[in-house]
Design a protein around this ligand. Structure first.
Ligand SMILES: Nc1nc2c(c(=O)[nH]1)N[C@H]1C(S)=C(S)[C@@H](COP(=O)(O)O)O[C@H]1N2
Ligand SMILES: [Mo]
Length: 320
């Protein structure tokens, strides 16, 4: 799984290729011209299906996922209705497979079992764990969290996972560890030529203090079953006070480092995606305001909250 990829400096990448939303709209326009609005490329390939037919297909797939039960952690409650599974599981960001959110559920096809996660770098007990071991050894719980993408859409979902801190206790990071870097599987297939020059595999990072925070979850399930591929099976990060791009999917490596790791979006467009990426209504993104968010499914508009409303847990991390 060694990666020999030449990372092009950002100025080698044409501006339109760094613009997820414009890519998205270009594709919508093409689809509209062809009379298949709302179905995505997968819809075109399979012939245009109705929204109900697509929903049935997604539901059928979800039913094949192993059930996963864990005690609910009541400390985390929602201030809004939970997003329905049929909505959350068909509107995804997973650029390895598609730039259109509506067809990720169908294009993200990969084997997530068996799956190994390597934990390495500045730790006293480096180890490689099978996803089965992780589910067995870690203290699983269900948490209802808000989730906010930098593109201003939001959802509220029931994750099943464990505090990242529990994993750190197991591997014992050294005193010299100051950051943690999480890496997605380097998916070779299914990548469109448009994205070939991106700095794959997708990586993200946290400071040690952030990784240790009570909110920081490694998720293995959602809506009472294991994660479906489109949500990042079998293991993904969840940091609800940060924009969604921090929550790296389909993790194969967790490394402890002394210096701040390079991350995928920050490498591509540092002025648009900073390392911290804390939700903040007062810091507009260069291409869209962050003052308001839109809930998936209901289209309800809500004022964006600082730290996505989780300041009580994390504000002290950023003082001074
Ligand atoms: N490997 C990988 N992880 C990723 C992404 C991605 O493109 N590739 N997109 C991120 C972004 S921008 C968001 S908003 C969330 C979306 O998670 P969801 O599709 O499960 O709602 O995944 C994040 N994790
Ligand atoms: Mo996102």
């Amino acid at each position: 799984m060694t990666v020999h990829i030449k990372i092009p400096p950002p100025w080698h990448i044409p501006e339109h290729q760094m613009t997820p939303e414009s890519l998205y709209w270009n594709r919508r326009q093409i689809l509209r011209t062809m009379g298949c609005t709302g179905l995505g490329i997968a819809g075109l390939l399979a012939g245009c299906r109705s929204s109900e037919e697509i929903e049935q297909q997604i539901k059928q797939r979800a039913r094949t996922l192993p059930r996963l039960q864990a005690p609910r952690n009541e400390a985390f409650t929602l201030d809004r209705p939970m997003t329905e599974e049929r909505v959350a599981s068909r509107y995804n960001n997973f650029y390895e497979f598609s730039s259109a959110k509506h067809d990720v559920w169908e294009l993200a096809k990969f084997q997530s079992e068996p799956w190994k996660v390597e934990i390495s770098g500045l730790v006293h007990r480096p180890q490689t764990l099978d996803i089965d071991d992780i589910r067995r050894l870690m203290p699983l719980e269900e948490r209802h969290y808000r989730f906010r993408c930098v593109e201003a859409w939001a959802m509220a979902v029931p994750w099943i996972g464990f505090p990242m801190r529990a994993l750190l206790d197991r591997v014992e990071p050294m005193d010299s560890a100051r950051f943690v870097r999480l890496t997605t599987l380097h998916f070779q297939e299914g990548k469109t030529s448009l994205f070939r020059q991106y700095p794959w595999p997708y990586t993200e990072g946290l400071s040690m203090a952030e990784a240790m925070n009570e909110l920081t979850l490694l998720a293995v399930g959602i809506y009472g079953h294991t994660l479906p591929p489109q949500h990042g099976a079998p293991l993904r990060l969840v940091t609800p006070w940060k924009y969604g791009f921090k929550s790296v999917k389909s993790i194969v490596r967790i490394e402890f480092t002394e210096t701040q790791p390079a991350t995928f979006w920050n490498t591509l467009a540092p002025h648009e995606y900073d390392f911290l990426a804390n939700v903040n209504p007062n810091v507009p993104h260069p291409r869209w305001s962050q003052a308001v968010e839109r809930m998936l499914g209901t289209d309800e508009r809500r004022a964006t909250l600082l730290y996505n409303g989780y300041g009580a847990y994390v504000a002290q991390l950023y003082q001074g």
